[in-house]
Design a protein around this ligand. Structure first.
Ligand code: C5P
Length: 227
């Protein structure tokens, strides 16, 4: 039974300011998307990847991934939720035997293979939904509209969430069937339908590249890795 990864990459990447969809931004010569998709396949636990591209860039993205025959491209939608839903719908055709599905940000292009394998294994061992998490290192405060502190949150119970998030495919289908229009977190949709979400250890290299500063950090990570 195959494992399929969905990669929503249909955003405009405005915060990065590169003048192109964030997924296509190169880091030392290769786009975030190509690195992310290759990383999923190189984990050895993912057989197919379905990428949701900006609707007017399906051809560009298909060309970008031409070297990877297990990568499939569909047109994304107006919101991330629409893009994931379209990719999920395509799984029926691409891999009808899929029982485990991952949802992964193209922007987390440097996610270690071991983390991808940990997420898949946890789903295969029976968890309906699995997310990789890191402890929160900053002190977190709740503030009001005036910018005054309301309270200090106990950070020992907080976790920052990364991707890939993993799901039993029926669980993700049920969560999306019940979902409204906008959600930034797929596991959150599972929580809304009463599903249990398990956590595994995340990794600092799975950082989400959102700003030019993050891009500079990613380039440093690659430099240290000897690329
Ligand atoms: O903008 P944000 O960082 O929240 O987007 C998260 C991910 O969702 C990005 O990888 C982006 O490309 C994707 N996305 C999408 N379709 C949209 C909007 C965002 O696939 N309509």
């Amino acid at each position: 039974m195959s494992v399929v990864a969905l990669v929503p990459a249909a955003g405009r990447g405005v915060r990065l300011g590169a003048g192109m969809p964030k997924a296509l931004v190169p880091v030392i010569g290769e786009s975030l998307l190509l690195r992310a998709v290759r990383g999923l396949l190189a984990s050895g636990r993912v057989q197919h990847v379905v990428v949701a591209a900006p609707a007017d860039q399906v051809e560009v993205v298909t060309a970008e991934l031409a070297a990877l025959p297990s990568a499939h491209v569909v047109a994304g939608g107006a919101e991330r939720t629409d893009s994931v839903r379209r990719a999920l719908d395509a799984v029926e055709q691409i891999a009808p035997d899929a029982r485990v599905v991952l949802v992964h940000d193209a922007a987390r292009a440097f996610t270690p293979a071991s983390m991808i394998r940990d997420v898949v294994s946890a789903v295969e061992q029976g968890a309906p939904a699995v997310i990789p998490v890191l402890p929160v290192t900053d002190t977190i405060k709740q503030v009001d509209d005036a910018g005054d502190v309301v309270s200090t949150v106990d950070r020992s119970q907080l976790r920052a969430v990364q991707t890939p998030q993993g799901f039993a495919i029926d669980v993700l289908r049920e969560a999306y069937a019940a979902a409204g229009d906008v959600a930034t977190d797929d596991a959150g949709l599972v929580e809304r339908v009463g599903g249990k979400v398990h956590t595994v250890a995340g990794h600092p290299h799975a950082l989400k590249i959102t700003t030019a500063f993050d891009l500079a950090i990613a380039e440093s990570v690659l430099a240290v890795a000897g690329e």
